[in-house]
Design a protein around this ligand. Structure first.
Ligand SMILES: O=C(O)CCC(=O)C(=O)O
Ligand SMILES: [Fe+2]
Length: 206
């Protein structure tokens, strides 16, 4: 599935960076966070078309999307409460891997049920593009597609498994990327089928 050859500069894939115990511990943290800040279904700006992915957030800021647009906000759109804190294990991972001296402000939690996908996009709602985007996968495998920084350019695919970390930094910070599909039944980490992706981002300039 993965095209041969090196990944583009700034795109780092660390397969199974978290071992099984670390994945279980992180999943327990994510469950606690989702109990406090329930998953919600975002909608596309303008059309209001619902995402197939459900989301929640941890951290001082959370990413939301609704007919009014994409934005970061400090409060959950449905409960009106602040997002729970980012799990310490994720902050440690950021310190180790981000190459950026300030903490992330948002941890977007994406839940992909079988059939969910995320179209090709750039992560560009952040003011400080010097910070990378760092994401961790938990649960079923996913087909992750990435390209360059121009829409419509060539793309390649990478299969992401549970515990994998992907960093989009440097020249790849604004690379187009998305998730074409997940592969139900390829992991036993979650109780049922599905995939969780945790995406850490610095939003504001320090
Ligand atoms: O699920 C993934 O691996 C990617 C998620 C993503 O690109 C995003 O939330 O912006
Ligand atoms: Fe993204």
């Amino acid at each position: 599935m993965t095209a041969p050859g090196a990944l583009p500069p700034g795109l780092v894939h660390l397969p199974a960076r978290l071992d099984a115990a670390a994945q279980r511990a992180l999943l327990a943290e994510v469950r606690r966070a989702a109990a406090e800040a329930p998953l919600f279904r975002p909608a596309m700006p303008g059309s209001g078309r619902p995402f197939s992915v459900r989301m929640t957030n941890c951290g001082p800021l959370g990413w939301v999307s609704d007919p009014a647009g994409y934005r970061y906000q400090p409060l959950h759109p449905e409960t009106g409460r602040p997002w729970p804190p980012i799990p310490a294990a994720l902050l440690d991972l950021w310190r180790e891997l981000a190459g950026y001296p300030h903490p992330p402000e948002a941890c977007l939690v994406n839940f992909y049920a079988p059939g969910a996908r995320l179209g090709l996009h750039q992560d560009r709602d952040e003011a400080d593009l010097a910070a990378p985007v760092l994401s961790v996968s938990l649960g079923d495998e996913a087909l992750f597609r990435f390209g360059g920084t121009a829409r419509g350019g060539p793309t390649r695919s990478l299969r992401l498994g549970s515990g994998d970390v992907v960093v989009l930094g440097g020249e790849s910070r604004l690379a187009f990327h998305g998730v074409d599909r997940i592969y139900p039944g390829t992991s036993t980490l979650l109780k049922g089928e599905g995939r969780i992706n945790l995406t850490l981002r610095r939003v504001t300039r320090p």
